[in-house]
Design a protein around this ligand. Sequence first.
Ligand code: MF3
Ligand code: CO
Ligand code: CO
Length: 273
Amino acid sequence: MQENYETEPDEGIIPIHGEEAFAAMRKAGRLAAELLDYITPYIVPGARTGDLDDMIDTFTRERGAISATLGYRGYTRASCMSINHVVCHGIPGDKKLEEGDIVNIDVTPKLDGWHGDASRMFCIGDRISLKAKRLVDITYECLMLGIEQVKPGATLGDVGYAIQRHAEAAGFSIVRDFCGHGTGKVFHCQPSVVHFGKPGQGVVLKKGMIFTIEPMVNAGKYDVKVLSDGWTAVTKDKSLSAQFEHTIGVTDTGCEIFTLSPKGLHRPPYNQT
Ligand code: MF3
Ligand code: CO
Ligand code: CO
């Protein structure tokens, strides 16, 4: 199907997608969510992040998809795993998860050419600090409050404001250096979805826009630096950082979340039967 394009001032070209694109994104998004559901029981003390990433890679291929991060700008892994003060783009490897860690796992399967992008936080073991638990809870709430703002006529400033307000009311800060993004057949496209802002400002949302919301919330200051590996972003003050991500599409009355967990594993604790 031919895609239409909407030109926004300052924001370049924002794709407007039709029902066929939504159907394809439903499948890609569901696979992203199923990947996170699948890996959940294996996220335990002692698990090696490289091994978890291998499992994600295998599951993705078994489902006829490929991780979009493989070979993306030189990145060589199927997922990102960002532990404690790592903000995002942590590279899976020899590191083992330890009791008390909090970790974000971010997956982006590309299925039939379409990208499903999602991440969740996981708490390792039972001895999570109260502050870490609260950071994870607030960050999840930030994502969902941002999503609640999405409908035709609302702006990305409305989304950013809702997220920023909730994080800062809790005494936390919103990372400035990374943002959500349009997605679809292209991994990252317009619009840029920053997680702070002012009501009524920024891009006006229209039915058919597809993008991620993925707030990164720091327990301390919002400053970030990227390590010498060129990927791993950490908080400058070494404070804890958390993130959740969904891919959504704007509908007539609000939005559809493409990456909702089929198993209901939305946020920790992921009590499974
Ligand atoms: N999934 C990440 C996002 O939310 C992008 C990861 S790119 C990588 O946009 F190369 F770091 F994997
Ligand atoms: Co993303
Ligand atoms: Co992602």
